[in-house]
Design a protein around this ligand. Structure first.
Ligand code: ADP
Length: 397
């Protein structure tokens, strides 16, 4: 069975075509700058063949047509016709309270995705657009929606409820939802496999540290709490997002700087985090380099980032009454040797102790805890696309 996985953003389409027999990626690619100058497509096939195109791509339909042309390209493609694609799995960011698992797309599902757009105005509309374009261009293939929020629907009320007047929850469904669910679920399952235990018997803390970052308490196989909230802004300090903040700071900055709601939203999402703190970059590699060269604000950015993760680990040990394993994933989690070291420093009282030699690893599954560490610590590369492909295969049978 061949499954196409689509992540459709406001001006981009990321895709991977899987052959599910061996769970092999036949080709992956990216369409960028849709509707803007300099739009392009880049595709790499498992054969090593590369397609690079720079051409006008006016909208998502044109982008998707180009994806299909590239996948079926006579010389550099990987399939002979689009009919070979059995199903399409779509990443959808916000499923709200409506979806606790992946679903086959029908009219009702599309209406729900549209309904939750008010909580994810930058993500759900382009996600939905990707679904509708694929329905038209591949009418033979079933479409499946896989939600970032679904895994976290098991959170108990006390974890997802904000201390605001209850009417806002009733009126606007204003509560914590959490994101990166596919990644947290994948790495938690991988850890259970490494430990040769059932995930249902374990308490795991999963740290997804990428450009966007979140941390989840997985108790007995279910998400019990997670650091992102109503939107992906809450929680950890991220590349350009501020994470947790005294909410009173928001009206204060708006008044002092004469900012509109849209402007403060942009400030907190695009100009804060590692970028805002360091003034150097949102990219962890640049921050580490600047810190090594003695840039004090870069050092501060590193310290704030690690300290926030450490605090969340402590709070999730309390929330779950213990922890069996901690796992690091995504760009920083998989590669940030120094960051992992500083996060886990002085956590011996929680039974967490790293082995420096084992921690000297990037981008592969490895246990990195000391032999006498009560809690096992792992690095596990995440693979959200594979989860989407697996869910899609399972649903369409
Ligand atoms: P996203 O998918 O959220 O865009 P990624 O998971 O790709 O993000 O993570 C990007 C982050 O990973 C960047 O901050 C980048 O600097 C960091 N990263 C990648 N490689 C390394 C490395 N070798 N050391 C430290 N950080 C790294």
């Amino acid at each position: 069975m061949k499954i196409l996985v689509i992540n459709s953003g406001s001006s981009s389409i990321k895709y991977q075509l899987f052959n599910m027999e061996q769970e092999e990626v036949l080709a992956k690619g990216l369409v960028e700058r849709i509707g803007i100058d300099g739009s392009c497509l880049e595709q790499e096939a498992s054969t090593g063949e590369v397609i690079e195109l720079e051409t006008e791509i006016a909208d998502h339909a044109a982008g998707m047509e180009l994806v299909i042309e590239s996948l079926t390209d006579e010389n550099k493609g990987v399939i002979t016709g689009v009919d070979e694609v059995n199903a399409v799995g779509h990443r959808v960011v916000q499923g709200g309270k409506s979806f606790s698992e992946s679903v086959i797309v029908d009219e009702e599902v599309k209406e729900e995705i549209e309904k939750w757009s008010n909580l994810a105005p930058l993500h759900n509309p382009p996600n939905l657009m990707g679904i509708e374009v694929c329905e038209k261009l591949m009418p033979h293939a079933q479409q499946v929606a896989v939600f970032d929020t679904a895994f976290h629907q098991t959170m108990p009320k006390e974890a997802y409820t904000y201390g605001l007047p209850y009417e806002y929850y009733e009126k606007y469904a204003l509560r914590r939802y959490g994101f990166h669910g596919t990644s947290h679920k994948f790495v938690a399952q991988a850890v259970a496999q490494e430990l040769e235990k059932d995930l249902e018997e374990l308490k795991v803390i999963t740290c997804h540290l990428g450009n966007g970052a979140s941390i989840t308490a997985v108790k007995n196989g279910q998400s019990y709490d997670t650091s992102m909230g109503l939107t992906p802004l809450e929680g950890l300090v991220m590349g350009t997002r501020c994470g947790d903040l005294d909410p009173a700071a928001i009206p204060f900055i708006m008044e002092q700087e004469d900012l509109s709601p849209a402007e403060i939203d942009n400030l907190m999402n695009q100009e804060s985090g590692l970028l805002g703190l360091s003034g150097v970059s949102s990219d962890m590699r640049d921050i580490e380099q600047a810190a090594e060269a003695g840039n004090e604000r870069a050092v501060l950015a590193l310290d704030v980032f690690s300290y926030r993760v450490k605090k969340y680990i402590g709070s999730y040990v309390a929330a779950m009454n213990g922890v069996d394993a901690v796992v690091f994933t995504a760009g920083i989690g998989e590669n940030g040797i120094g960051i992992r070291e500083s996060i886990c420093q002085d956590l011996e009282h929680l039974g967490i102790k790293l082995d420096s030699a084992k921690n000297d690893v990037r981008g592969k599954v490895q246990e990195i805890s000391a032999d006498d560490s009560q809690v096992k610590v792992f690095v596990v590369p995440t693979n959200e696309e594979l989860v989407i492909a697996r869910d899609t295969e399972e649903l369409i049978g």
